[in-house]
Design a protein around this ligand. Structure first.
Ligand code: SF4
Length: 99
């Protein structure tokens, strides 16, 4: 049962994702640009992923999100333990094989 809001992932998934982000070498302080100020990510508690630019505390809650970096120890998987995406997304959100 989702516990991080109506459409969020379950607590255990969120905790695993967020802990992974906090230990990740791609984690960075939020840039001091306007967009990050607008979304409230202006202090170090709202760190961002250097690869995708997302605020990780929020990204980790979203079921459709995926980590963009390969796990250095698990070939074919990302750092969140998901299979690396090899398919392109269509406008409908469905995955299809990349040409
Ligand atoms: S989303 Fe992935 S690459 Fe980005 S900070 Fe989190 S674990 Fe690292």
């Amino acid at each position: 049962m989702p516990a991080n809001g109506k459409f969020g992932v379950v607590d255990a998934t969120y905790a695993k994702r967020f802990e992974t982000c906090l230990a990740c070498p791609n984690l960075a302080s939020p840039p001091s640009t306007a967009i990050y100020k607008v979304i409230g990510a202006v202090d170090d508690s709202e760190n961002v992923c250097r690869l995708c630019g997302c605020v990780v505390s929020r990204k980790a809650k979203l079921p459709h999100e995926a980590c963009p970096d390969a796990d250095p120890e698990l070939p074919g998987m990302n750092r969140w333990g998901q299979p690396m995406r090899t398919a392109a997304r269509t406008q409908s959100g469905d995955a299809s094989e990349a040409a």
